[in-house]
Every structure is written in C-alpha cells, then in structure tokens.
Design a protein around this ligand. Structure first.
Ligand SMILES: Cc1cc2nc3c(=O)[nH]c(=O)nc-3n(C[C@H](O)[C@H](O)[C@H](O)COP(=O)(O)OP(=O)(O)OC[C@H]3O[C@@H](n4cnc5c(N)ncnc54)[C@H](O)[C@@H]3O)c2cc1C
Length: 554
C-alpha cells in the first residue's frame, strides 16, 4: 500500500520533492497543492520577462499542471490553498481559490514548501497607492508588465537594493524608464561587503540609475506618485517596486503548532523534519544553519529549495540524508557587471567575533595579452590560524561567477587557503591565466599565513597615517595622476633599494601600489632590511573605491 504524501507549494522546493518522490516510488499517492494558477515556474526569470530579455511568456513555465500529472502521475491541484493542517486527524483542509469551497485531504506525510512573501512595510499612504508593486509570481509579473506596456511610466522608484530590487532596476532601465533606487542601508547588495558593493553602485550609476542610500520612504502621497523621504525631500514617481526583502510563509506552520525560529522561519532538523516528524519543510520558509559557523539564518535562494526538496524525497524513501547548512552562494547580473559571493562576508565575521583575515585582489578575467580581459575585484576571507576558508566575493564583467563557484566547491570540500593555490584549473589565454584568480587568492593568503607579509586594510589606512605611520606609494609617477592616498610619499618600486636612506627606520610603514602586487614586493624588500612594514591590501584601487575622489586628489 502506498502512502498519502501531501505537498504544499508547487514551485521550486515542492515540485522538486514531488518529482523525486515519484521516481522513488510508483505506489505512493502524491498530492500537490498550489494556491496559484501555475506550478514549477521560473521565479528567477520573472524580471527578465518584464525587461524583455525573455520574450515568450511560456518560457517561464518549466512544467504545467497537466505535464506533471502526465509525466509523474501526481495529483496536482492548482488554485487550492491549504488553510489548515490537522495533525490530530492527519488531514489538511483546503479552499478552492475560485469557488471558496473547502474540503479535506488525509495524509501520512506532509512536505511544506510555501516559500517566502515580500515584506510589506507599514508606511502611511501605501494602501491608497495605486502604482506600488511587489514581485513574486506570474500574476505579479503580468500586472507589472501590463503597467509598463500600457501606462508607459517614465520614472520608477525601486525601494530596496537587494537581488530583486537591482534586477528590476536593470530591467526597467532597459525598458527606457528613469530609475531611482532607494535603500535605508549604507550599501546595496548586502551579501557583499561595502567596498565590494561599491563597484556595483558605481556601475548602476554609470548606467543611468540614481542610487540613494541611507534613504527611506516615510509616506506615499498622491496615490503613490509622490514619495516623502527620510531625508526630508520628496520624489515624484510614476511607479514603485517594493523589494525590501521577504518573510517566510509560516502561517500554516504557526497555526499547527510547529516550532518556528529565526525571523519566524520553520525549524527543521538535519533530515528537514519539523517538530512533527510527519511534516517536512523545505525552501525559503525554513531556518537553516550557516555551514561554517552553525548560526541560525534564512537563505531565500533557489539552490537550497531544489536540494532540500530532493533530500526530503530521499529521506521519505528510507535514505539516510543530512542537510548540513547553507553557504548562501549567490550571483547577480547588473548591466555588464556580475557580482557573486559564497560563505560569510566580513560583516558577519565581525558580528561573530571570530578571528579572520581578508584579502583583496584585482586579477584579470583572463590573460592580459589576449583581447577582452577585464579586472575582477575579489575578496577572500579566511581563518589566519588554520587557513579555513570562510567566504569569498567577486565583482567583474567576466568570470566572477566561475571563481566563486570554485571557491564554494573548495569550502564544501573543506579545502584551506593553501589548497586554493593547489587547485589545477583549466587554462588557455581566452579563459584564464596560468595562475587563475582563485590560485592567486590562495597564494596571497598563504603568504600572510607564512608570515611573508602583513597587510593593512583599506579602512585602516587613514588612521594609520593620522597616528604617524608613513605611507609609501610604489607605483610609477604616471599612475599618481589618477589619485593617491592622502599623505603618502612616492618612491617607485624600481627605485626603492637605492632610495632606502629616505625611509626613516623608526616609523611604521605601509606600502601601497595599484592592486597590491608591487606593494607586496616592496614590503618583502623593506622587511628584509629591517623595516616594520605592511602592504595596503588590494592597493589603491580597493582604498579609493570607498573614498571621495576630491579628497584623494592631491
Ligand atoms: C523575482 C524573483 C527572482 C529570483 N531570482 C533568483 C535567482 O536569480 N537565484 C536564486 O537562487 N533565487 C532567486 N529567487 C528566489 C527563488 O525563487 C526562491 O528561493 C525559491 O523559489 C524558493 O522555493 P520555495 O519552494 O521555497 O518557494 P516558492 O518557489 O516561492 O514556492 C512556494 C509556493 O507555495 C505556494 N503556497 C504557499 N502557501 C500555500 C498554501 N497554504 N497552499 C497552497 N500553496 C501555497 C505559493 O503560492 C508558491 O507558489 C528569486 C525569487 C523571485 C521572486
């Protein structure tokens, strides 16, 4: 006799679980409830359909309800919302979204994959506004696209500079709208650290997007066409995309007494069972643990939902599984720039108070002599005592995603930073360098661990100078025209040995070049002559991205 398995939510996690369950077992009765009209659609493609990169609406449907019925013999019930899980009687109650009628479905096992919904702030005038949109599903997409196609708005305000906000900003800009992004935070794209996010901010501006950080909306006026801002100003706008984050859809779980955790996310064990072992939960709705440090968090990304959906099906079919936590590996395109990250960022490591070391490098995406190479700003975070890799971030026009994927794999395989240098990666001039950026990050980190060099970070440099430290810029004279660290003296690397008498031996020294490589060489020379010296990590390029240009030009 097969079991009755009820799946709630028919998109990423739910559809993955359903398909895998059937592949394991032909006997089970699998019933999939989806409150919306569509199952298994491509949430991640929605902004690109609105923007016009994806032309055909049907491309967004990875499967249809009928397709799933035919291929997997799954009882797909769309437009049916589960409104209660009766754990005593082991049945779910559901409502037909069109007729409003309710009915019941017994179960042996439930898989919850209800996702997360857009956060709606309590701001005066929001409910009266007629031009404010959130984006989660096909219906939202149709409404937004129709508004753009038919009403021809000239200006859109995107509130929230996270993944969905930035993707919508790009896509609406591509449609010809003037775009303003507003965010309360000091930076956009929170998975990145501020000096990495700055590259993205600059690039958004370069593409005509106005970015207003540390700014919020205090009121929607004139039905949403006038926004009153925390800075005191007002902004006239034709359209607003609200993308300030998501909250787990936890109503069913809460109502049925399942344990909730971080920000109301559903708590699960390593087998993805909730506090009721007959009810599993996956995807955006659950609390996960950070893979490196074990703290509770939420990761609203599709990889986890797909992976967990599959694992749950395996466990239901007797396999020993363990979901051991998330790295939150992510990637986003903003115009010509790709930004990717994995693992912990520096903000998180500071909050946790764990010992860490940061490394910034700016290698080319491939060999410089082969046309089309572009720089990748890369940051690696690791434990300086044992070399454990905590995380990495990369921003560039080409190849940032591939480097982060390699480092995510390295973290998963418990490689340390020395071993990053030892990964034999594919090389030919159009693709990489004989020392790939991942290897380079490993070499730089190993040099620090080996005590060959000490570094100073971009945010420590000004204090270092104020406290009497001497900064030596070792770049060529021509490079200084684009700016230099205030107070630095100039001795090009090629002259450093012969001009050593100009360098006081009693001062602490920081050497700086453009990206950190020549600084490292200078630091090695000076160290061997007895100087106390540190290299500006990531060079002037990393330092200057966070500083105002006026302040830098001497
Ligand atoms: C615009 C957009 C772009 C994105 N881009 C990316 C990206 O590029 N990369 C990435 O990794 N992630 C991306 N994501 C996130 C990714 O889509 C989610 O992480 C993933 O879909 C989560 O899967 P899930 O199964 O938990 O929830 P969902 O896919 O949201 O599915 C949950 C479903 O459950 C249904 N449901 C909820 N409650 C009930 C109920 N009581 N009864 C019946 N049905 C119910 C909902 O209607 C919903 O369809 C994006 C998300 C959006 C919205």
């Amino acid at each position: 006799m097969g079991r009755k398995i009820v799946i709630i939510g028919g998109v990423a996690g739910g559809a993955s679980a359903a398909a895998r369950l059937r592949r394991w077992n032909e006997e089970d009765e699998i019933i999939l409830f989806e409150r919306g009209e569509h199952v298994s659609f491509a949430n991640c493609g929605l902004p690109y359909y609105i923007g016009g990169t994806i032309h055909a609406r049907e491309k967004l449907f990875l499967q249809t309800p009928q397709g799933i019925r035919d291929r997997f013999n799954i009882d797909v019930r769309v437009l049916k919302e589960v409104i209660q899980i009766d754990r005593e009687q082991k049945l779910v109650r559901f409502r037909d979204m069109i007729t409003g009628e309710t009915d019941e479905q017994p179960y042996d096992i439930v898989v919850l994959s209800p996702g997360a919904k857009p956060m709606i702030p309590d701001i005066p005038g929001l409910h009266e506004a007629v031009n404010v949109f959130t984006l989660r599903n096909i219906h939202d997409t149709d409404v937004i696209k129709a508004y753009v196609d038919e009403r021809h708005p000239q200006h859109v305000t995107v509130i929230g500079a996270g993944f969905i906000g930035l993707e919508m900003a790009e896509n609406l800009r591509e449609r010809g709208l003037a775009v303003t992004i507003i965010d309360m935070g000091q930076q956009l794209l929170n998975p990145l650290d501020p000096e990495m996010a700055k590259w993205v901010e600059q690039h958004m501006r370069l593409n005509g997007v106005e970015v207003r950080l540390e700014e919020g909306v205090t009121a929607f006026e004139e039905q949403g066409t006038q926004l009153r801002l925390t800075s005191g100003g007002v902004l006239q706008t034709d359209m607003v995309i609200l993308a300030i984050g998501v909250v787990p859809e936890n109503e069913l779980a809460k109502q049925s007494g399942l344990e909730l955790g971080f920000r109301g996310a559903i708590q699960v064990n390593a087998q993805l069972q909730t506090s009721d072992p007959a009810i599993y939960a996956v995807g955006d709705a659950i609390q996960v643990k950070d893979r490196n440090h074990g703290f509770a968090t939420m990761v609203s990304l599709a990889w986890g939902a797909n992976r967990q959906g599959r694992l749950v099906a395996d466990h239901i079919n007797g396999q020993a599984i363990s979901y051991d936590g998330a790295l939150g590996t992510s990637v986003i395109k903003t115009f010509a720039l790709t930004s990717a990250s994995t693992g912990n960022n520096e903000k998180t490591l500071q909050r946790l108070g764990v010992p860490y070391q940061a490394v910034h490098i700016h290698p080319g995406s491939h060999a410089g002599y082969y046309p089309g190479a572009s720089p990748i700003a890369m940051k690696l975070l690791f434990n300086p005592e044992n070399g454990m890799i905590y995380g990495a971030q990369a921003v560039g026009a080409d190849g940032a995603d591939k480097r982060i994927d390699v480092i995510a794999t390295a973290i998963r395989g418990h490689l340390n930073v020395r071993e990053l240098a030892d990964i034999e990666l594919a090389y030919a001039p159009p693709y990489s360098s004989a020392k790939d950026p991942v290897n380079m990050a490993g070499y730089v980190a190993s040099n620090i661990m080996d005590g060959l060099v000490q570094t100073i970070q971009w945010h420590e440099v000004d204090d270092f100078h104020r406290n009497g430290g001497l900064i030596i810029d070792v770049r060529d004279a021509v490079e200084l025209q684009a700016g230099a660290i205030p107070g630095s003296i100039h001795i090009p690397l090629a002259e450093i040995r012969e001009r050593m008498t100009e360098i006081p031996s009693d001062l602490e020294i920081a050497v700086s070049c453009q990206v950190g490589l020549r600084g490292y060489i200078a630091a090695r020379i000076l160290t061997q002559y007895g100087y106390r010296v540190r290299n500006v990590d990531g060079g002037y390029k990393t330092y200057s991205v966070m500083a105002e240009r006026d302040h830098l030009l001497k």
